[in-house]
Design a protein. Structure first.
Length: 220
């Protein structure tokens, strides 16, 4: 699953009925994320917090799609536990969970770790997360071990970065960036083009090397 590779279309069963991925995705971004197992504590916190933040994803034109190798009935029963534990989930559970008991999709999308990949009886998915743009391309991937829960704020932050750079490809976002802070101008942008691209101004940082490659702006 290399960055910018095309996610293959697939048909699957979910807690919200059968889906064909491309049709279900439509013109939206997608966060497709796996969890090791139903009825486990860390996964319960993850799916619960992601559900609570669903309106933030929706405002960014992002659909959520969870995955594990458990059976559909287990997913349905577990959702009731998640809603009981995370009492601030409004209304119905807001996103589908894929049932992949044969591990077909988990193997296809590289969601199983090295130690377990050859043992179909015990293999569980790791905490894989794929951010997929509307053209079905993998734009960002994160893989966490089963022992570490994900950070929902970081998921939203990287989506903001990806969508911003798609709108303004002359920039990149620096370490720890959040919306509203300065962004970096790519070295490929010529100085003579800066006033046209960033009419509100650009800051240039002097370096001991004498090379001027750190240029920042809030004009985006």
């Amino acid at each position: 699953m290399r960055l910018n590779s095309v996610i293959p279309n697939f048909k699957t069963e979910t807690t919200q009925g059968p889906i064909e991925f491309y049709e279900w995705q439509g013109n939206s971004w997608v966060v497709l994320f796996s969890h090791p197992a139903d009825f486990t504590p860390v996964c319960t916190t993850e799916l619960g917090r992601i559900a609570v933040h669903q309106p933030h994803f929706e405002r960014r034109n992002v659909k959520l799609l969870a995955h594990s190798v458990d059976k559909l009935k287990d997913h349905v029963d577990w959702v009731n536990d998640i809603k009981s534990y995370c009492r601030d989930i409004p209304g119905a559970f807001p996103y589908p969970i894929i049932a992949d008991p044969n591990r077909t999709l988990a193997v296809q999308l590289d969601m199983i770790d090295e130690d377990s990949k050859d043992d179909p009886e015990t293999a569980q998915t790791v905490r894989a997360l794929y951010i997929i743009s509307p053209d079905h391309r993998l734009r960002l991937s994160m893989h966490y071990p089963t022992s570490t829960g994900r950070n929902v704020d970081e998921m939203l932050r990287v989506i903001d970065s990806l969508q911003l750079v798609d709108r303004k490809p002359e920039i990149a976002t620096p370490a720890n960036w959040i919306p509203g802070e300065k962004v970096m101008i790519l070295p490929t942008v010529k100085d003579e083009d800066l006033p046209k691209l960033f009419p509100k101004g650009v800051d240039k940082v002097s370096m001991p090397s004498g090379k001027v490659y750190v240029r920042t702006t809030t004009d985006y």
